[in-house]
Write a protein that binds this ligand. Structure first.
Ligand code: AMP
Ligand code: MG
Length: 324
């Protein structure tokens, strides 16, 4: 199992190489240790969810070295520019509209048309991001349901055997996750409180809408979660000629108007990587229904089935405790 490695320039170069090759590297930020992966790679982002044992997909923050890189992927309005100017690099995350042609994996957005972005201030995170030159998706480097790691040793104990490398940059200064602000249409909204306070934010852009009620969560995203126009039919054992088929495995059902196979070889990581893009493509065909073949309820299959169940039976907004 990899021991944490002191984040000297050599270790940082090696970490950057691993990340560019699609591997996972844990690294320090000023908030908590992040489990980093190439944010543009569907497979690398899928492996984050697999590594964390997360039974559902939540949108992940893409981390950048420079604001200019973030501007290439998401749309900054005037409020976003002001907040970036005031608090970046630092523990503030902005949820912004994805640009046309955004290269960040749709899995990183959990299928939404918004993407969360941040420029961390920790010198090791900054050096690593500068060296790789790619955006890094990086949720907290803990297993699902465990507390967030603020020391490299916490990461080693929790998931040391599951990552290619752990960069040790000492204790995280802030120790709680970044403040998350949504800047989409309408008023700015605080989705998650953090080290940058509401008062700090309001000094820069004026009043924000309060976050939704309930525990500190990811609920902001549930409300707007991508739901296909088409009806979604799960556990399909046959498919009609007007239906679109979301297939899985080597024997896709025959007779559908159009088929997307999440993984012909039956690989759950590959299936997770392709899930959102495949749903979008099938929905865009205008088919009245999407039939979904059974997907094993194990490993990443849990997260895939959770997402498909929501698509099949849209639920009202519901708050849940953040525990990823
Ligand atoms: P973490 O990566 O653990 O710091 O958590 C990321 C948090 O950012 C999630 O829990 C969400 O609350 C929030 N978030 C990220 N992306 C989005 C998005 N596109 N829409 C709404 N909330 C988001
Ligand atoms: Mg977390």
């Amino acid at each position: 199992m990899p021991e944490p490695r002191a984040a000297d320039p050599d270790a940082i170069s090696q970490a950057a190489r691993l990340l560019k090759a699609g591997e996972l590297v844990a690294f320090p930020t000023e908030t908590v240790y992040g489990l980093g992966a190439d944010a543009r790679s569907d497979e690398a982002v899928a492996s984050i969810f697999a590594t964390k044992n997360r039974p559902s997909f939540n949108p992940l923050i893409a981390h950048f070295a420079e604001v200019a890189q973030a501007r290439q992927e998401v749309l900054f309005d005037e409020r976003a520019e002001k907040l970036a100017e005031a608090f970046w690099p630092g523990p503030l995350t902005l949820v912004l509209p994805r640009r046309e042609g955004c290269r960040i994996s749709l899995l990183c957005s959990a299928g939404l048309d918004s993407q969360a972005v941040r420029l961390p201030s920790h010198p090791v995170a900054r050096a690593l991001l500068a060296e790789c030159g790619i955006p890094l998706a990086a949720p907290s480097a803990n297993l699902f349901g465990r507390i967030s790691p603020t020391l490299a040793q916490h990461v080693a104990e929790g998931m040391g055997d599951r990552v290619a490398m752990i960069l040790d940059g000492g204790a995280c200064e802030v120790g709680v996750e970044s403040t998350v602000v949504e800047l989409l249409e309408g008023p700015a909204r605080l989705l998650r409180p953090g080290a940058i306070t509401l008062a700090d934010l309001e000094r820069v852009i004026g009043p924000l809408k309060a976050r939704l009620s309930g525990p500190i969560t990811a609920p902001g995203m549930l409300e707007s979660h991508y739901a296909p126009q088409a009806a979604v039919r799960l556990e399909a054992e046959h498919v009609g000629p007007e239906e679109a088929l979301l297939a899985f495995g080597p024997r896709p059902l025959e007779g559908a108007a159009v088929t997307e196979n999440l993984s012909p070889s039956g690989d759950l990581l590959e299936a997770a990587a392709h899930l959102f893009a495949a749903l979008h493509r099938l929905d865009a065909t205008g088919a009245p229904a999407i039939a979904v073949m059974p997907i094993p309820d194990e490993g990443l299959g849990l997260a895939i089935n959770d997402r498909l169940a929501r698509a099949a039976a849209p639920r009202p907004v519901e708050a849940f405790a953040e525990s990823n």
